[in-house]
Design a protein around this ligand. Structure first.
Ligand SMILES: Cc1ncc(COP(=O)(O)O)c(C=O)c1O
Length: 372
């Protein structure tokens, strides 16, 4: 039995007709760059996140970068985030001319450890970017309390957490801004590149809206230096179709995670993901932790079971950030978990028989490793 890491085709097949109709509408109206389909999706996604505003942009990286720019982050500033994330979180900080400052993550959730946050704040700190890694929200109450105490902005990187909840609040709606990626493999994925910023701050909405469109609110009247970071009309229309299915898809991911947890909870040598109380995890990634992962991943691949690693090298150890001079050992929890993560196949259409096959094979490979 083949078990892919992700099966975008299975999802596409289930909504083919709706997608075709949506694409046809965009073609008929030739509304390709921004336009009414993007505006409609913005309205729907703001309602979904329970925020007042949503601005569609070209990617999740654009969303983070423009949100920070709009908050006035620039050269000389520091922005605190975590080392265990996709590089775009820190890249966006660097692209504003500011410096990413890392704090370690918690071992249970793999998210920012709020107990370490205050020690990382300096007079240069301007903002904090908690990342809701793998689909589970960071511990937002203490993060927001510390941010407010020090007058810092909070930008949630919710790129992996569409529809996740913390104490009933939706990912992206708690901080000053929430940033989303709609990269095709995400829980809500476009058919190309796209992203969005959500916020309840009218001023921020206006600035991000202008920044994504060459700094203009009125055509050819440029109030500031911006960029071209508009969302495509086709992506807006496709995302509107897919947003309607997102709650059911997230529930299917949660069912799959529950089945994995029930079966893997009994497997020696495997640390399963933990959902914190008050959180609703949406399992963008279902990551277990094991020792000796390379052997496991290649043995599973030999059985046609395909896994990933998110992410193998924490950001402070990446060549791109070598100039910070942060050695191995700087963020011991983040380094440890990054060396143990294995992302198992996870997508809404994953079958129970496929989950059982993955767990059975994984168990027998690990048992073999222990016996040897
Ligand atoms: C945590 C995180 N932040 C930012 C991004 C960047 O999003 P994009 O690839 O849409 O630019 C991603 C997605 O890849 C991500 O997973």
């Amino acid at each position: 039995m083949k078990v892919p890491f992700l099966d975008l085709k299975a999802q596409y097949d289930s909504i083919k007709d709706e997608v075709a109709a949506a694409i046809q509408q965009v073609l008929d109206k030739t509304a390709f760059a921004g336009g009414p389909f993007v505006a409609q999706f913005e309205k729907e996604f703001a309602a979904f996140c329970k925020t007042q505003y949503c601005i569609g942009v070209g990617s999740g990286t654009d969303a983070l970068w423009l949100a920070l720019l709009a908050l006035g982050v620039g050269p000389g500033d520091e922005v605190i985030t975590v080392p265990d994330t996709f590089i775009a979180t820190a890249e966006a900080i660097s692209y504003c001319g500011a410096k990413p400052v890392f704090v370690d993550v918690e071992e249970k959730t793999y998210n920012m450890n709020p107990f370490l946050l205050e020690a990382a704040i300096t007079p240069r700190t301007k903002a904090i970017i908690p990342v809701h890694l793998f689909g589970q929200m960071a511990d937002m109450d203490p993060i927001m309390a510390i941010a407010r105490k020090h007058s810092l902005y909070v930008v949630e990187d919710a790129s992996q957490a569409h529809g996740a909840e913390h104490k009933g609040l939706i990912a992206g709606s708690i901080g000053d801004a929430g940033c989303f990626s709609f990269y095709p493999g995400k829980n809500l994925g476009a058919y190309g590149e796209a992203g969005a910023v959500v916020t309840n701050n009218a001023d921020l909405d206006e600035k991000v809206r202008m920044l994504r469109d060459h700094g203009q609110a009125k055509k050819y009247y440029h109030a500031m230096i911006g960029w071209n970071a508009r969302m495509d009309g086709l992506q807006g229309a496709i995302l509107s179709v897919k947003l309607k299915h997102l709650p059911a898809w997230n529930e299917a991911r949660r069912r799959n995670a529950k089945r994995y947890n029930e079966m893997l909870g009994k497997t020696n040598g495997v640390v399963i993901p933990r959902e914190s109380p008050h959180n609703k995890h949406v399992y963008h990634i279902y990551a277990i932790r094991v020792q000796n992962r390379d052997a496991l991943i290649s043995s599973l691949a030999g059985k046609d079971i395909h896994c990933g690693i998110h992410y193998p090298i924490p950001l402070h150890l990446q060549d791109a950030f070598r100039s910070f001079g942060l050695e191995r050992g700087s963020f011991p929890v983040g380094e440890k978990v990054a060396s143990e993560f294995v992302s198992l196949p996870m997508f809404p259409e994953l079958g129970q028989d496929q989950i059982e096959f993955v767990v059975r094979e994984l168990g027998s490979i690990l048992t073999g490793q222990f016996v040897r």
